[in-house]
Design a protein. Structure first.
Lengths: 114, 111
């Protein structure tokens, strides 16, 4: 089944404790992206990747890191999480970037930073 | 900044009625996409309409696009309780190949 998976689905942590949210897709997509969703603000892009070893900042990259060592994986790293990073996070992937095709979203990771 | 704006923010209808949601955007687009999100879940792609198209159908969904007014509408006909969800429009065409989402319309279909 074609899908985007994220782990963990739920995470409660404390300020400053490094964490990684994994994202994996099995559709051989070149393009992957991370979004965060907050009430009243909608979805905002954090980082994106056009292909392996190619990543760039989105609209709200502060406090986050990403890497793209393999085509299928795009982990989101919070080196020192803070309470304002409490949010619902979505990973998405897409193929055929030249025509801005539909994006496939993971199920989401609900992160709470205390 | 969010460039898509859905209207209304919330809509409550009875099963069997039609639901219409509108979306306005500010910049030029390559396409406009609509997504559905059930509470707290991932987004699911519904339909994509390209900038050179004016209307598109998919099952009970009908999407229109008016590039002169920078607006789109999503019509769900003969709604069902299972259609209860948030609906987002997304502007496909910005830099970074990203989608720029609106804040969504919360649709409630009462049985």
């Amino acid at each position: 089944e074609a899908q985007v998976t994220q782990n963990p689905r739920y995470l409660i942590t404390v300020t400053g404790k490094k964490l990684t949210v994994t994202c994996s897709q099995n559709m051989n997509h070149e393009y992957m992206s991370w979004y965060r969703q907050d009430p009243g603000l909608g979805l905002r892009q954090i980082y994106y990747s056009m292909n392996v070893e190619v990543t760039d900042k989105g609209d709200v990259p502060e406090g986050y890191k990403v890497s793209r060592k393999e085509k299928r994986n795009f982990p989101l790293i919070l080196e020192s999480p803070s309470p304002n990073q409490t949010s619902l996070y979505f990973c998405a992937s897409s193929s055929d970037r030249d025509t801005y095709n539909e994006q496939f979203f993971g199920p989401g990771t609900r992160l709470t930073v205390l | 900044s969010q460039q898509g704006e859905e209207d209304p923010q919330a809509l409550s209808i009875q099963e069997g009625e039609n639901a219409t949601m509108n979306c306005s955007y500010k910049t030029s687009i390559n396409n406009l996409q609509w997504y559905r999100q059930n509470s707290g879940r991932g987004l699911v792609h519904l339909i994509l309409i390209r900038s050179n198209e004016r209307e598109k159908h998919s099952g009970r969904l009908r999407v229109t696009l008016d590039t002169s007014k920078k607006s789109s509408s999503l019509l769900i006909t003969a709604s069902r309780a299972a259609d209860t969800a948030s609906y987002f429009c997304a502007n496909g065409g910005g830099s970074n190949y990203k989608l720029t989402f609106g804040k969504g319309t919360l649709l409630t279909v009462n049985p």
